[in-house]
Design a protein around this ligand. Sequence first.
Ligand SMILES: [Zn+2]
Length: 585
Amino acid sequence: MSLPDAFLQDLISRNRIEDVVSAYVRTKQRGRTAVGLCPFHGEKTPSFTIYPETTSFYCFGCGAGGDVITFIKKIENLSYIDAVRFLADRAGMKMPEDKADDATSRLRVKILEINRSAARFYHNILYTSEGRVGLEYYYSRGYTDRTIKHFGLGYAPDGFALLNEMRKMGYKDEELAAAFLIKKSSRSGGYYDIFRRRIIIPIIDIRGNVIAFGGRVLDGSKPKYINSSDTLVFKKTNGLFALNFAKSSKKESLILCEGYMDVIALHQAGFDNAVAALGTSFTEEHARLISRYAREVIQVFDADAAGKKGAQRAISLLRKTGVQIRVVTLPDNKDPEEFIRIYGPERFKLLIERSVNDVEYQLIELGLKHSLNTTDGRISYLREATKILSQLSSPIERDVYASKLSDELSVSKQAILDQVMRYKKTDTKQRKKRELSHAVRNSEEVVRKVNPEAGEHLRAARAEEELLGLLILHPDYIDIICENLEPDSIVTRFNRGLYQCIVERHRQGKMTELSFLAADYHDDEMSYVSRMVQNARETVHTPEHVLELASVIKSEHRLKVLRNPEQIEDDKIKEVLDVLRAKKT
Ligand SMILES: [Zn+2]
């Protein structure tokens, strides 16, 4: 699939990489580049770098890199063509007509259409005799008709209700299966509805598309919840339920709950900024998504052991994104929905007002685990507590909590602060070491995957990478190099292909910058190429130097041939045979 160069060029110039990225990553200008915390891996030291000059990015931490299209592909979880469409929309451009619809994006559109029809079917059935039981269930939980309509709640009857309906509407079984609504039976080989005798909660993204469904049983049968698996339009680990509504509530904070029933109850009670992860535990991607829409997160998790564990996990992931965290503790082991039903919204509002920040919450939880009446208990409590304080980056905050602890436990504040600093030092050291070794491992991993031969031919690969990076940065060298370096002389396979691609595009008068290669290379390959380009930026380049690289590659190639004489003999023989064969016919 190839788009016209002129279109791509326009697309890239209208979507400046620094602007596009800034919607996802907070960046700081550093000379002619901008740096920020990488959205593709967790880190505390910014190693994600944007290069406006080459319209590209590269992360020194995880080795992810590429152009603006690759960035959108990765962060929005889209195919190449859908990422292009995303950027075209962003810039108010029209996609070139005939190229716009390849099979995958057609299926994507179809799945969204199917989901919308299915959601309508599940909702409408509530008001028929078949779905009455679902409607009554909602009423029993105190949901109003307005809430049911607002969230598009529905009910999935038994049997093949949806399948029959959707077939009538002209959808194909394979399309319905791709939307995770029906499944093939391993016994009979026929299709059946995945959601049966369950209330249905449609999941809607911020663009208003129905992207998935959650289904809950009415009775005690198992499994209690069924949620859509990942499809072309849905990725479990990065969807937040009700973000579409919470986003338009225009509040500075988001309330994070565990389940969608909690979220619905909160919205009905007027807390329209509540969201929840979708049928999975909280992930790094959720944390990043939240940090895009809110400055503050109010965590309202269940009071049971699982809820507490989830809360700790969310705290550690959210803290990395820099959002403020507050934690609401629910009394008497209630979940948010129960609490509101019993005590009403006013009392819940009070709970939010009395919520504590993440450090206070962790200290309280810690206090519950240690008996502070004994010396041993107090010492181990203090040891853990100072560890928590050592994670605070603000010295003022550290000081405030140290004072508090000092008062509570009658230990000198200086002793506490000393201990905090000691943990902080070892922590920073360990973290830096960890991040560095990760960085090295990750970028080696990318090379190993993309260009495995680079490991055996280090010297050649290094020269090839530098040369290719320079050619992409400075296409005016391509002509000189073409005359001096046959593609066959490139030692490693991936680089040979890349060189051929660049030379060929150049010969056809096409662009050879990073963004024009994105269509032909997958994400890891783009990361590798992006690394070449970033490294080459630092090279002092002259025609002599570029030619020198070419001669290093040629001599490495000769060495390789000498090391494997049999191989070349075989090839020669084959060539001769081929020629003879061709003459015969
Ligand atoms: Zn990274």
